[in-house]
Design a protein around this ligand. Structure first.
Ligand code: PPS
Length: 273
């Protein structure tokens, strides 16, 4: 993943504080979108201006380490891709978990891995090659299901809010209101203000976030798709072969059977699951 190991280790050792809000995701599941929603909620509906980078405002714990995060102004907004067991815990911290169906996640992760040529030796890699790594769980932050299942098992806890990318796509206003409600009365008040709510809805849309992408990520080679790439549910259908679809469907069924995660994508206009 290309993060300095000392920052990764120090991120793991971060002591979560009351008042911290963590955005937790497996990679490529809607992190940046949720980071921007959170940032705008904390800035009364102002979008992140050009010249700022979301990853300095809502930093990635494993990338910057604990000192950087501890020095943030309160309330701290923190991004992490860590598993449930590894995420720093405090009973009065809040955890927003965003899940995305593994099919679209795999496709998005493939373009990510291809595009960040300074982190990965995969510029010439194919989707078929990436799929084999994804299904084996041999990608950054490990196996998709090792992340998804334990987090979703905690979705009923009072300080955990679980959303799906698919539901956020189908009703983004409801997702913003759900996040505000989870954060508490001060944030409910903000989204009761029509100007603030409409501004967040507008500036966190795919179309708006596709503009001025230096706010989210470093430059990508011109011949590859940008970081905010397609933002669709179902793009996987133009990448997966029949046998890949079958393999991932089977793995999904096996790994989620009897768990809360088995049905989370069913009511969210998402694929085969
Ligand atoms: S990362 O690198 O893990 O932080 O990536 P992450 O932000 O989790 O995921 C990137 C994918 O999210 C899509 N995206 C959005 N979709 C819809 N609406 C908005 N506003 C939005 N912002 C980001 C982005 O396009 C990536 O998905 P794909 O499928 O590759 O387009």
């Amino acid at each position: 993943m290309g993060f300095p190991p000392e920052y990764f280790d120090s991120g793991l050792a971060y002591q979560a504080q009351a008042g911290d809000t963590f955005i937790v995701t497996y990679p490529k599941c809607g992190t940046t979108w949720t980071q921007h929603i959170l940032w705008m909620l904390h800035h009364d509906g102002e979008p992140l201006p050009l010249g700022k980078n979301i990853n300095l405002e809502v930093p990635h714990l494993e990338e910057v380490g604990s000192e950087f995060v501890a020095a943030l102004p309160e309330p701290r907004l923190i991004k992490t891709h860590l598993s449930y067991e590894l995420t720093p815990y405090h009973p009065q911290a809040k955890y927003i978990y965003v899940a995305r169906n593994p099919f679209d996640c795999a496709v998005s992760f493939y373009y990510h891995t291809k595009g960040f040529i300074k982190h990965y030796d995969f510029a010439k890699g194919t989707f078929d090659e990436f799929f084999e790594c994804f299904i084996a769980g041999e990608v950054d932050w490990g196996d998709y299901f090792d992340h998804l299942v334990p987090w979703i098992e905690h979705k009923h806890e009072l300080n955990v809010l679980c959303l799906t990318y698919e539901a956020m796509k189908s009703d983004p206003k409801a997702a913003i209101i759900a996040i505000a409600t989870f954060l508490g009365a001060a944030y409910i008040k903000k989204v009761e203000n029509r100007r603030i709510l409409e501004s967040i809805l507008d500036h966190t849309s795919f179309t708006r976030m596709s503009k001025d992408q230096s706010r989210w990520s470093s430059e990508r080679p011109n011949h590859l798709p940008p970081f905010i790439r397609k933002g669709e549910v179902g793009d996987w259908k133009s990448h997966f072969s029949a046998s890949q679809t079958q393999k991932l469907t089977q793995k999904f069924r096996q790994r989620t059977a009897g768990t809360e995660a088995a049905t989370i994508f069913q009511n969210a206009s998402s694929p085969v699951i």
